[in-house]
Design a protein around this ligand. Structure first.
Ligand SMILES: *[C@@H]1O[C@H](CO)[C@@H](O)[C@H](O)[C@H]1NC(C)=O
Length: 341
């Protein structure tokens, strides 16, 4: 297939996927069930990382994925809701956001982006954590789509990623460009809030915004240094860079960077492995639609997790087959992401 045809096909694919029709019936019961299960979980730990020790003892590299601890899974559901509320700066009053305590509990420190070349984003202080949300592609805007299809690999700046040249790390040019714009927009707010004493930072993102979220989280990790702890929790991210980039992310952030993939969603399989892209480790996989029991996947590109749906030799056909916008929007442990919340 000619590159131009592939480009056009991918653009069409993203256009179909990006802003799917919002789901009207938020599955509040599933979210409640998550909270109920978490409340009856034996240990209450709040926001924590899963650790290797918490995983099954017979865990082997790239082996079958054990389920995540329930309270950690419940935190993912809460974070999905924050991701769903990225438009909070414009409409914090929507139902999903009120379930997070609305404006009485959360302070929106800034909003930015234009839904075009720069994805819409916000920074919220929930009383103990800074939560950064980054929206996905706006398929109505050519500048937003251009971010997706500019999949040339480039070496990002040493200023953002110390040592990246020597490591050989390269990233998707379009996602990188979007990251630098989002970073310039929100970094001053984040730095001021960290200096003010809020030292836990959680970077969220969905789809294109998930790819941007990972790059932003790694950047903030070096920018903020020892003054803050940065976590990345993304939903359905596209692949960000080459294998050396994936290793750089794992070396810099380890389990503080995790990405959730819903069942057979095609977007996390873009761009394909065969084009030299690779996900970092710490995938969290929902093995069926509506699952409330996320699995913790070891290694990078674990063949027992989302890669079950990757068909390297016929990836485009497999993706087209699995195009289902509802899968891309969720539900993520009971929470469906809603573009216009
Ligand atoms: C802020 O959000 C994090 C992540 O969901 C949570 O662990 C923490 O308890 C929240 N802080 C407050 C004050 O509710």
């Amino acid at each position: 297939m000619k590159t131009t045809t592939i480009t056009a096909t991918i653009a069409a694919l993203f256009a179909q996927l990006a802003f799917a029709a919002p789901v009207d019936n938020l599955d509040a019961r599933a979210f409640d069930e998550m909270e109920r299960r978490a409340a009856s979980a034996p240990v209450e730990r709040g926001f924590t990382e899963t650790t290797v020790e918490e995983r099954a003892s017979n865990w082997v590299t790239n082996g079958p994925a054990p389920p995540m601890a329930m309270d950690v899974a419940s935190t993912w559901a809460t974070l999905a809701r924050y991701q769903s509320c990225v438009r909070a700066g414009y409409a914090w009053s929507c139902a999903d956001c009120n379930l997070l305590g609305g404006s009485s509990k959360n302070t929106v420190l800034m909003t930015g982006g234009d839904d075009g070349a720069t994805p819409v984003h916000y920074v919220v202080n929930n009383g103990s954590h800074l939560i950064i949300g980054i929206r996905g592609t706006n398929s109505n805007d050519p500048a937003s789509l251009a971010n997706d299809v500019n999949f040339v690999l480039v070496t990002p700046s040493e200023t953002y990623y110390p040592g990246i040249k020597a490591a050989g790390g390269m990233v998707h040019a379009g996602f990188y460009g979007a990251t630098t714009r989002v970073a310039a927009s929100l970094a001053p707010t984040v730095q001021a809030a960290v200096q003010g004493g809020t030292t836990n930072v959680i970077v969220l993102g969905h789809s294109l915004g998930g790819a941007v979220g990972q790059m932003l989280g790694v950047y903030l990790t070096s920018l903020l240094g020892s003054s803050a702890t940065v976590y990345v929790r993304t939903f359905a991210p596209a692949r960000v860079g080459n294998p050396a980039w994936a290793d750089y992310v794992d070396a810099t952030m380890g389990e503080r960077s995790q990405h959730m993939v819903n069942f057979n969603d095609p977007v996390p399989h873009l761009p394909p492995l065969a084009w030299g892209f690779r996900h970092s480790g710490n995938e969290v996989f929902l093995d069926k639609l509506g699952s409330l029991d996320p699995l913790v996947c070891s290694g990078q590109e674990n063949s027992h997790c989302a890669d079950k749906y990757e068909e390297p030799l016929n990836w485009l056909a497999s993706i087209v087959q699995y195009v289902d916008s509802e899968v891309h929007m969720g539900p993520y442990v009971g929470v469906t992401l809603r573009g216009n919340c």
